[in-house]
Design a protein. Structure first.
Length: 282
């Protein structure tokens, strides 16, 4: 039976430590969250982020975009937030309304306020493995914190990342590469046979595609570390992209709920605090 990577517990510890740091800091961080209120997932996750932020002493400002919002109208909102000195961090909650170019909006966020690291400047820094401090997408960063907490070192390991979004797959692959793993990225156009062959060799599997039960037990190597980023609602219950039987074969596994999700939220708060501190030093 796989050992559990307990994201819920590690995230709780992170939030407790952060609460003390925020309390001691001179400036109280403010995070602006731009989201589509008509998206059920966004409403749910934005609510969770607000509550978690309030508990550690981070203020949030919600900016719900109109259903007929366009790339240009959201870019104007972002420009205002970029110029607003009372805002330390800006989070663009994906997905934005249909027809809006998410990547164009991500790219508009001022790099020092881009706490999810989704803009080209911060993604470039990550891909260049810059040694300076810069924000990185909360989900893959949280996954790395979790691996580190359990003493799992990616160096020299074969890692397969399934999914290539700006939010998860691309930065996850970059972080694992920067941590000296041998990384392969699979996506929609990776044929099933190739994917299975890659997975069967992998020491670390990180999956975020949004398909319940997508990864099967037979595809996983005995003892592998399986990181399930998927967040799907099935019959009103949260479940991941990895089928339950994988727990019989994996060495380590993140549960859903209670794995990557809570780490994402704690990491987002940590990144907001770090960005606020960096702004104070300019
Ligand atoms: N737990 C957490 O904190 C978070 C969870 N999530 C969850 O992770 C999942 C992915 O999110 P996100 O990256 O934003 O979603 P996107 O829809 O942006 O990306 C999904 C990725 O999966 C790939 N994909 C789709 N179908 C297949 C397939 N059959 N085989 C292989 N790859 C496939 C897509 O490939 P292509 O590029 O070719 O289209 C794409 O790269 C969702 O369930 C989301 O809810 C996301 C962020 C945080
Ligand atoms: N710019 C941006 N950054 C994101 O980080 C981002 C985003 N956009 N868009 C949507 C996804 C989704 N996401 C989740 C975060 C936490 C949980 C989470 O905490 N889930 C709980 C369960 C929740 C439940 O029970 O329903 C858990 O896994 O334990 C889930 C999903 C962040 N996302």
């Amino acid at each position: 039976m796989a050992k559990i990577l307990d994201g819920k517990a590690v995230a709780k510890k992170m939030r407790e430590q952060l609460t003390v740091l925020v309390e001691r800091a001179e400036v109280k961080p403010t995070l602006a969250v731009v989201f589509d209120p008509n998206d059920d997932g966004s409403r749910l996750y934005v609510g969770m982020k607000q509550r978690a932020a309030a508990k550690v002493g981070i203020q949030t400002r919600d900016i719900a975009v109109a259903p007929d919002a366009t790339t240009a109208s959201i870019e104007r909102i972002v420009a205002e937030l970029n110029a607003d000195e009372s805002v330390n961090g800006i989070l663009i909650q994906a997905p934005l309304p249909a027809g809006v170019d998410d990547a164009a909006v991500f790219a508009m966020v001022a790099p020092e306020k881009d706490i999810d690291g989704l803009g080209v400047t911060n993604q470039g820094r990550l891909f260049a493995n810059e040694t300076s401090t810069y924000p990185v997408a909360a989900t893959p960063k949280g996954v790395m914190t979790l691996l580190n907490h359990y003493g799992i070192d990616p160096r020299g390991k074969k890692a397969v990342v399934v999914g290539r979004s700006q939010l998860f797959g691309r930065p996850m692959a970059a972080l694992l590469l920067n941590a000296d793993a041998t990384v392969t990225i699979a996506h929609r156009y990776t044929d099933e046979q190739t994917l299975t062959a890659l997975l069967q060799e992998a020491d670390i599997v990180a999956v975020g595609v949004g398909i319940p039960g997508f990864i099967k037990k037979e595809q996983i190597k005995e003892g592998a570390v399986v990181l399930d980023v998927g967040m799907n609602l099935v019959d009103g219950k949260a479940c991941g992209d990895v089928e339950a039987a994988v727990a019989d074969r994996a060495g380590w596994l993140t549960p859903v709920p209670g794995g990557v999700g809570p780490m994402t939220i704690a990491t987002l708060l940590e990144s907001t605090f770090e960005a606020t501190l960096a702004q104070g030093q300019e």
